[in-house]
Each structure stands twice: as structure tokens, then as C-alpha cells.
Design a binder for this molecule. Structure first.
Ligand SMILES: Cc1cc2nc3c(=O)[nH]c(=O)nc-3n(C[C@H](O)[C@H](O)[C@H](O)COP(=O)(O)OP(=O)(O)OC[C@H]3O[C@@H](n4cnc5c(N)ncnc54)[C@H](O)[C@@H]3O)c2cc1C
Length: 384
């Protein structure tokens, strides 16, 4: 099996189309303003909808582009290079719309919701994590209790990213406490304006444009028809979506790492100390060399994994290796890059500080690096 992904002419064209769009529509100043003002790039998101990119992996019959994992990765990587938090917004449409609703929704969900997710009319986010259920995500306790034609949701979620701009939230709930904790989990798609659902923003180190939130469910009534997948069996369905989550987040961060690399290289060639560009000092050039290696390996892993997903051959280990490597790589690239900019890297005038802040989340969110290592170790036959 070849390790190289050969892009088709259509995929190459798609990449250059997305790249030109980003160069045209996403200025550095705009990204900085969204970051500083904690302002979601709503108009830009609508433009992505108009391009057909929010429904990139939604089947054509539901108003999408019918693309596979490689197309998703190309889109997320290019957007991530220009504006990481925007790319994460798209990741939510791809994963919780295209995959979660696309694979586990009823025919009615697909007909009603997918065209609107694809056009940008409806925005969607995901609430799994709870105060007492982080890495041990299957231990969630937010309950959904049957009541006539509805379920009543009661409990709390934490770190629901993008909630402030979302119309829908996919909520993982506990519907049974019998047997193993992985059993008895059921997913619902919930209207974010539902009575009884309150939320509060959480102050964080980064990812300010879309932000993250704590959700309080005080007897939120959700129609039974909003259930995604089968009762009690939601953990398995989440697994399918999380395979895409790993791809999207890693592709977006690989793009962001390239942006950090670009800025660091340009700075090193321009900044002069001791009568020469600092890039000529071996200590600096070796940092740049290391950054390039981290990025190229991330890129290889992203497209290897995407190609495997498209062949239905991606394993849990593949997903964990990708997530671990690409997220650690972005963190390392941002750190090395900031060092190259010296004192200016530490100021808010340059973008390296944003890469430094945002890359820190990579090794925590969506399964920490420790958890990825646990998964890899388990595939080696080591019981944790
Ligand atoms: C900005 C942000 C956005 C997020 N967005 C979302 C979102 O949109 N939706 C959502 O559902 N969640 C989201 N999360 C939650 C995120 O996935 C969790 O924070 C993450 O899974 C870790 O859980 P925790 O924070 O409770 O840490 P804990 O699980 O308490 O972990 C603390 C430390 O212990 C280590 N640890 C725990 N268990 C083990 C173990 N078995 N082996 C080795 N080490 C271990 C961890 O690696 C970590 O270093 C977000 C988080 C943040 C910070």
C-alpha cells in the first residue's frame, strides 16, 4: 500500500479555489479583529455556505457537495491556515451535520436539517463533556427521561464550543444506568433556544471568536423525533463522528501551523541582529528546519488518514496517531516560532501569540495527548 496520497486534478483545483478565496476574503486584520473583539465571523461563514463548502460532505440529494474525507481535509487545512477558529466552525458543520445527522439522522432530519446546515442557515455544535466527565467521557450523567412524546433533559454540559452562534446542539445524554457506562448513552439534536436551556460563556486562553460555554439543562423538553441513532447505543455513533472530528481538527491545525511557519520564516529573513538576518544563525535556522519537518509529517498523516477514511480502512490507532502528532506538532511549531520572533513574538502585534495560545488547546480538547497515547498503547495489546 502506498503511503503517498495522489490528489486528483479536481482535488488540486479545489485546493487552489479555496486558497484563492481565503486570500481574497480573509485579511490578517479581519482575523485579528475577530480575535480581539471576540467576534464570530458570521458574514464569512455565510460566504462559505454560498460557496457550497459548509455541506462539503453532505450528500448531493440533501443539498451538499457529496465530497469525501480528502476534500474535507483540503478545505479544513486551507481555512485553518487563514483563520483557525473559522475552520473549527466548519468542522462542526462537517462532523455534527454531515456525519452525525447524515449517518444517524432519520430521513426527516436529513431532509429538513442538512440543506440548511449546508447553506449556513443553521449552525450546529456538540455537547459531550460535563464537569465530572472529561477524558472519561462515557461517564456522562446528563439524563434524558422519557415523558409521552418527549424526552426531558436535565443536567449540565461544559466546554460546548460555538454555542453562542449555534441553532442546534447535538447533546449526548444518559438514558440508562444499567450495565456498562458505554451503554445507555443516547444522542439528541436540540434547539439551542429551547425553554429551560441556559448558557454562560467561559473565559479561555484562546479561540475567542466562537468561544465555549457551560450549558444548564433544567428540564428541557425535546421531542422523541429529535433522537439521533438508536436508544442507548449512542456511544458507537459518536465513535463514527469522532473519526471525522480527529481528521478535521488535525487538518485545520496543520494549516494553522503552516501560517505560523510562514510568519516565522519571513521574520527570520528580515530581522537583522549582529549585521545579518537572524535566519543565518544556525540556532534559528534549525528551529525553522524542525518546524518544517513537524508540518510535513502532520500533512502526510492528515492525508494518509483521510484516504483511509475514504476507503473505510481507518483504524482507531490511525486516528489517535494523527490527533496526537498533528496537535503536538502545531503546539511545538507555535512555540518555536514565537521564540524566533523574540520579544515581538510575545506582543499582541504579531500573530504568533495567537498560534501559541490556540495551539495549546490541541493537546487538551477532543481527547488529550495522554488519552491518544492510551488508545495507541491499547492497540499494542497493553491493557490500561
Ligand atoms: C476550549 C475548549 C473547547 C472544548 N470544546 C468542546 C466541545 O465543543 N464539546 C465537548 O463536548 N467538549 C469540548 N471540550 C472538552 C475537552 O474535550 C475536554 O476538556 C478534554 O476531553 C479533557 O477533559 P477534562 O478537561 O475534564 O480533563 P481531565 O479528563 O480531568 O484530565 C486532566 C488531566 O488528566 C489526564 N488524564 C485523565 N485521564 C487520564 C488517563 N486515563 N490516562 C492518562 N492521563 C489522564 C489528562 O490527560 C489531563 O492532562 C473543550 C475543551 C476546551 C478547553
Amino acid at each position: 500500500m502506498s503511503m503517498d496520497v495522489v490528489f486528483s486534478p479536481e482535488q488540486e483545483l479545489f485546493r487552489s479555489t479555496v486558497r484563492s478565496f481565503c486570500e481574497r476574503e480573509i485579511t490578517r486584520e479581519y482575523v485579528r479583529t475577530c480575535d480581539r473583539e471576540k467576534q464570530a465571523p458570521v458574514e464569512l461563514y455565510q460566504k462559505l455556505g454560498a460557496q457550497g463548502w459548509l455541506g462539503i460532505n453532505v450528500p448531493e440529494e440533501y443539498g451538499g457537495g457529496g465530497g469525501g474525507a480528502v476534500e474535507v481535509a483540503i478545505l479544513l487545512e486551507e481555512l485553518g491556515r487563514a483563520f483557525l477558529d473559522l475552520s473549527f466552525w466548519v468542522f462542526r458543520a462537517v462532523t455534527w451535520g454531515g456525519i452525525m445527522i447524515g449517518e444517524f439522522g432519520t430521513e426527516a432530519h436529513k431532509q429538513e436539517l442538512l440543506p440548511k446546515v449546508a447553506s449556513g442557515e443553521l449552525s450546529i455544535c456538540f455537547a459531550l463533556t460535563e464537569p465530572e466527565a472529561g477524558s472519561d467521557a462515557a461517564s456522562i450523567t446528563l439524563t434524558a427521561t422519557e415523558d409521552g412524546d418527549d424526552y426531558i433533559l436535565k443536567g449540565q454540559k461544559v466546554f460546548t464550543s460555538g454555542f453562542k452562534v449555534s441553532d442546534l446542539v447535538v447533546v449526548a445524554t444518559r438514558t440508562s444506568s444499567e450495565g456498562k457506562k458505554h451503554h445507555g448513552i443516547t444522542n439528541f439534536v436540540v434547539d439551542t433556544k429551547s425553554p429551560g436551556l441556559e448558557w454562560q460563556p467561559i473565559e479561555t486562553l484562546g479561540h475567542w471568536p466562537l468561544g465555549t460555554a457551560t450549558l444548564y439543562f433544567d428540564e428541557v423538553r425535546v421531542p422523541k423525533s429529535n433522537m439521533l441513532g438508536t436508544l442507548h447505543d449512542g456511544w458507537k455513533d459518536l465513535g463514527v463522528s469522532l473519526r471525522y472530528e480527529r481528521l478535521c481538527l488535525s487538518a485545520a491545525r496543520t494549516g494553522a501551523a503552516k501560517a505560523a511557519m510562514h510568519d516565522s520564516l519571513a521574520y527570520a529573513q528580515e530581522r537583522r541582529q549582529f549585521d545579518r538576518p537572524i535566519a543565518q544563525f544556525q540556532a534559528v535556522s534549525h528551529r525553522l528546519a524542525d518546524m518544517q519537518v513537524l508540518i510535513e509529517i502532520s500533512e502526510m498523516l492528515v492525508y494518509r488518514y483521510a484516504a483511509r477514511l475514504d476507503r473505510d480502512a481507518a483504524t482507531l490507532r490511525d486516528a489517535a496517531i494523527l490527533k496526537l502528532y498533528a496537535c503536538e506538532a502545531y503546539k511545538e511549531v507555535a512555540d518555536l516560532g514565537l521564540q524566533i520572533l523574540g520579544g515581538y513574538g510575545y506582543t499582541m502585534e504579531y500573530d504568533l501569540q495567537r498560534h501559541y495560545r490556540e495551539s495549546r488547546l490541541g493537546v487538551i480538547g477532543a481527547g488529550t495527548s495522554d488519552i491518544q497515547r492510551n488508545i495507541i498503547a491499547r492497540t499494542l495489546g497493553i491493557k490500561g
